[in-house]
Structure formats: C-alpha cells, structure tokens
Design a protein around this ligand. Structure first.
Ligand code: IPE
Ligand code: IPE
Ligand code: MG
Length: 246
C-alpha cells in the first residue's frame, strides 16, 4: 500500500502502556518496562527496514521523576543496561544515537554512558535515533529561548533576525526535520509535553495497543494510516493537486 513518498521520514513515538501491560499480567510495573525495551529494539529495526530515517522515542518525561522512587530507579537501571547491551549493535548498523532532554539530572554513571554512546555513533548517518529522556516540550522551548537570549545579549544574533527558522535552530531536535508521523500507544490521545513545537504539522496516530505489544504489524498499520493522509500545510487541496501535477 505504501509507496516510497508516503513513507514518513521522521516518526515520533510516545511509548505508553508498559505499566498497564504488566498490571494485566499481575506483574510489577518494572516487568512492563523491561518488555517495553524489547519492543523498542524491534521497532527501531522495523522502522529502518521500512525506510524511515529518523525515530524520536519518548522514554522518560520531565514529569516522570514524580513516579514512585522504586519505579524511577528501575527505569534508570534499565537505561544503563540497555545502553550497554545495544550500543555496539547500533553503531555497527549505522545508527546515530542522540539523547534529547536535560541530561544534567541523571546520575554520573548514566551521563557518562550517554555521552560515550553519542560519541561513538556520532559519525553514523544511516539512521537517526533520538531518545527523549528527562525531556519536556516546554523545557525544550525555554532552553532554546535561554540560549537565544544569550546570543542576542552577547551580540552573536540580531533581535530583528529572530524568526521561526532561527528559533528552530536552538531546539534539541535541530538540525533534523520535524516529525511527519506521531504515534501514541495505549489509548491516551494527548501529547504529554512531548515535542510541542515540532509537532505543529505532524500527522497523529493513536492505537489502544500497549507499547510492549506494539510490533512490526502494528507499525505497518500506522504507516498505512499515514499513507492515506493528505498533508496540506494550510493550502487548499486544489493548490496541492496543481503542485503535484506541475
Ligand atoms: C510508558 O509506560 C513508559 C514510561 C512512561 C517510562 P507507562 O509506565 O506510562 O505505562 P502506563 O501508562 O502506566 O500503562
Ligand atoms: C508520556 O507517558 C511519557 C513517556 C511515554 C515516556 P506518561 O504515561 O508519562 O503520560 P501521561 O501521564 O499519561 O500523560
Ligand atoms: Mg503512561
């Protein structure tokens, strides 16, 4: 069904439902998170095979620190062990790994691992994998604003040159294009402070499937949905048709 043009270049995913997946099986929430990692691995590979070039995954929000201590520390341990396990394979497969979010709140061990992982995959160009960890869309905008103000104050940027394009350069996702497709699993239909600036014109796809159950077939359903969408970016359908036939 999907032709090459209708494959989204950049997909952003809110990987939700690990806790409910575990609860359904009378397992601890941490078991759901562990299962979620398997799903993440599967989807990175499947997205690459489908021709997607950029994947941005919401792994931990700035609000998730408020969860029970035990769950937060299980998640931190899972980040460390997953990085250890996956990094060589990602490197060999041409994946450039980047963490977006405020890294300064993570413990030293995790910060070191993140920096190492980013460094050893930095020259890879086949596939861009952004992990949003301690990420919040509002943080991204405030952080961008701070850095932009600093450049204006220190005369590296003229205030009259500030526009959407220049502002975008200060966001954590720069220089990547905005997501074409947003996927949220587990039934909630909200953004939960994910990429609020970058999602302005993204196609939205929601599924009830919990993240640990989200597999290649589920991804294909999302891609099929995307292929049926007509993106208009504010234009009329007639203008779009004219452009296509030009
Ligand atoms: C998503 O699953 C993973 C993280 C937020 C870290 P949840 O843990 O939010 O799962 P539910 O929403 O409780 O089912
Ligand atoms: C969003 O999920 C964050 C991640 C998936 C990492 P949440 O489960 O934290 O979002 P809410 O609380 O349902 O909005
Ligand atoms: Mg949730």
């Amino acid at each position: 069904m999907s032709n090459k043009e209708s494959i989204p270049k950049h997909i952003a995913i809110v990987m939700d439902g690990n806790g409910r997946w575990a609860k359904q099986r009378l397992l601890p929430r941490s078991a759901g998170h562990r299962e979620g990692v398997k799903s993440t691995r599967r989807i990175i590979e499947a997205a690459g095979n489908a021709g997607v070039k950029i994947l941005t995954l919401f792994a931990f929000s700035s609000e998730n620190w408020n969860r029970p201590k035990k769950e937060v520390s299980a998640l931190m341990n899972l980040f460390v062990s997953s990085l250890d396990q996956e990094i060589q394979k990602l490197r060999e497969n041409g994946v450039c790994l980047k963490f977006i979010g405020d890294k300064s709140r993570f413990n030293d061990e995790l910060q070191v691992k993140i920096n190492e992982a980013e460094k050893i995959t930095a020259s890879n160009q086949d596939f861009m994998l952004n992990i949003a960890a301690n990420y919040g869309g509002r943080w991204d905008i405030v952080n961008a604003s701070k850095n932009l103000f600093r450049d204006v104050l220190e005369s590296r940027l003229n205030i009259d040159d500030v526009n959407e394009k220049t502002f975008n350069k200060y966001l954590s996702t720069f220089p990547l294009e905005e997501p074409d497709l947003f996927i949220r699993t587990a039934g909630e239909q909200r953004i939960s402070n994910f990429l609020i600036w970058q999602l302005a014109y993204t196609e939205l796809y929601f599924t009830d499937v919990y993240w640990p159950d989200f597999d290649e077939q589920q991804l294909q359903l999302a891609l099929d949905y995307y292929a049926t969408r007509k993106r208009k970016f504010g234009l009329t359908q007639e203008q779009i048709d004219k452009e296509i036939n030009a």
